[in-house]
Design a protein around this ligand. Sequence first.
Ligand code: CTP
Length: 400
Amino acid sequence: MSLQGKHILLGVSGGIAAYKSAELIRLLVKHGAQVRVVMTHSATQFITPLTLATLSQHPVGLDGEDLDEPMRHIDWARWADVVLLAPATAQRIALMAHGFASDLLSTLCLAAECPVVVCPAMNQAMWSNPATQANVARLEGYGVAIIGPEAGEQACGEIGAGRLLTLTEIVVQLTAHLNSAEQCLAGKKVMITAGPTIEAIDPVRFLSNHSSGKMGYALAQAAYSAGAEVTLVSGPVAMSAPAGVTLVSVHSAEQMFNAVQASVQQMDIFIGCAAVADYRPESVQSQKIKKSPEVMTIQLTPTIDILASLNDLPTKPFAVGFAAETQNIKDYALGKLEAKKCDLIMANHVGIEGTGFGSDDNAVTVLGHDLQIELPKQSKTMLARAMISIIADTYKQRKL
Ligand code: CTP
């Protein structure tokens, strides 16, 4: 993950999470970025400008102290590749949403033509207040990216959504946002399998699993937004394919295998996100099986492993697998990385409430041959952006 050479203008506004901005600057610098800081007056009550100036190695922009440099809000906005507001208070979000130019940071945000990323941090009731939510929606409508907040225990003692996202996650999501804005997969062909497969028993019954396809569809959207030409090979799900993505609809593992084989050789990247059935009934009854008092046995036969079959191709795309596990997640996932000869594997814990199959959220550990990145529980949309960014970075490094 790299922010190498990026100019980041960090806006710090006045909430208790402002103290975390010192560590955030260190992390951004560690990832190769140059950082300049603008603080609001209230932020200076929580952490000193001297601390942030020392860590960023640049003077900090403060209200009313730019008289010798009256065009600072324009100059700094032009210098920035991205404006990052972390933490962003409810007041700051409201000012931005309504276009106020009342202090250095707000004028700078208005003057910025680069991507703007906002990391909210506030009391949970302030975050869920309809006025804040409306302001956030308004900012998103203007193309501002909102990262976080996360849920948990707050400085005020209350519990709920409103905490500043963890600093490592801010770096992951910021990188993902910049990678997407820079079209990190422009000109690349990406194939993604998604959803479940269904294996017929007779004309009315089948074997399947709980996969909703949400993760695969979010990946298709994120890859398309990052500039890729995307082919989505999907089992039956209750969603439409994202606009601009080529959908190939299949039912069974065999159909999915055939659809993948038909064009995978032209792909640069393959992402196996589908929950492919490992077994299918050995024979499919042509007529509906009638009920009887006898115990019934269905003989099952293994399906082809679509991901592993890429190893038989003369030219294999960069391969990303998923490992859906209920226990020993990392060990099993690393086993699959080796056995299926993937470049990356996304290990996810299924079978727990609130993540994995069917839910809107997920948490994964990205494992590579010399890489391990934790992506904590978050929406599948956010997670997909982070995954695509990591996939693009790793793919490029492998090609170097
Ligand atoms: N996969 C595949 N074809 C199959 C089975 C799995 O392409 N017939 C892919 C999945 O899309 C995923 C990876 O292999 O990217 C791992 O799938 P998973 O279900 O976690 O593991 P399995 O290999 O099926 O092993 P097990 O069910 O024993 O955990």
